[in-house]
Design a binder for this molecule. Structure first.
Ligand code: G5P
Ligand code: MG
Length: 229
């Protein structure tokens, strides 16, 4: 499906609500979208052993947020990098996991607005938080690509192995019941002011459902209604 004008989308959603899952599905249906996941970028920095990775690792393991200044620099640097296909004025992009505080949102807006690339759709994935913990405990990931599996819901073809590269899958260090509880608390604390911020900008939508199969058609339709006709 092709877009008739650039989509600049942010997905908001609790840990495990399915932001990564919805992103992969959107990229299949709308191949011109370029996606950025702040969590995936941080995990690849950790895997590389970079300075930012070393700084971020402790926060992630604790289930707390990496400081706003670090995140804004890291992600806006990515969005503005001319080598990234999503960086042009006419390009479409999707943000997964950034911004997640009001200071991050307003600093990102300053950068994007000054390049005529303001966010034009923010969608909250509203999933009952009681169904999420089971998913997280069954999640396995392929860090280099960001591909996400679930032993029950979307298992890899070969157990604990990435479908595309054949490399082993790993568990995320923050996918334990204890750390997950903290991540959820952090999300719930930041969500209301962030939603209010985007509501004022007139770009906020919410899609509700307790499985990704229920949410996806609603999300896809929202994009088609606003960006395909
Ligand atoms: P992340 O990496 O952004 P979270 O906590 O926001 O992490 P997470 O855990 O990556 O979000 P998700 O992407 O919303 O969750 O969910 P997902 O991976 O698609 O789905 C979860 C699991 O459920 C998968 O196994 C999937 O297969 C399965 N699943 C999906 N749908 C269904 C379904 O319908 N049914 C079932 N049964 N299963 C399903 O951030 C990590 C950390 O990085 C730092 C923070 O420390 C953060 O905690 N960070 C930031 N810090 C500051 N500012 C920022 N902007 C930051 N961004 C990241
Ligand atoms: Mg994710």
């Amino acid at each position: 499906m092709s877009l008739i004008r650039p989509l600049r989308l942010l997905l908001l959603g609790a840990p495990g609500s399915g932001k990564g899952t919805q992103t992969s599905r959107l990229l299949k249906e709308f191949p011109t979208i370029n996606a950025v996941s702040s969590g995936d970028i941080l995990r690849s920095e950790i895997a590389k052993g970079s300075g930012i990775g070393k700084e971020a690792e402790g926060y992630i393991k604790e289930g707390t947020l990496v400081p706003d200044s670090v995140m804004v620099k890291l992600i806006t640097g990515h969005l503005m990098n001319p080598k990234w296909p999503g960086s042009g004025e006419k390009a479409s992009f999707l943000l997964d996991g950034f911004p997640r505080t009001v200071p991050q949102a307003s600093q990102l807006d300053q950068v994007l607005d000054s390049h005529n690339r303001e966010l034009n759709m923010v969608v909250e994935l509203d999933v009952d938080q009681r169904v999420i913990l089971d998913r997280i405990e069954a999640r396995w990931v392929h860090v280099p690509s960001g591909r996400v599996y679930n032993l029950d819901y979307n298992p890899p073809k070969k157990p604990y192995t990435d479908d595309v590269t054949g490399e082993p899958l790993t568990k995320r260090a923050d996918d334990t019941a204890e750390v997950f509880g903290k991540r959820l608390d952090t999300y719930n604390r930041e969500l209301a002011p962030l939603k209010q911020y985007y509501q004022k900008r007139g770009v906020l939508h919410t899609v509700s459902g307790n499985t990704s199969d229920i949410i996806y058609p609603k999300l896809s339709q929202l994009i088609k209604d606003n960006f395909c006709k």
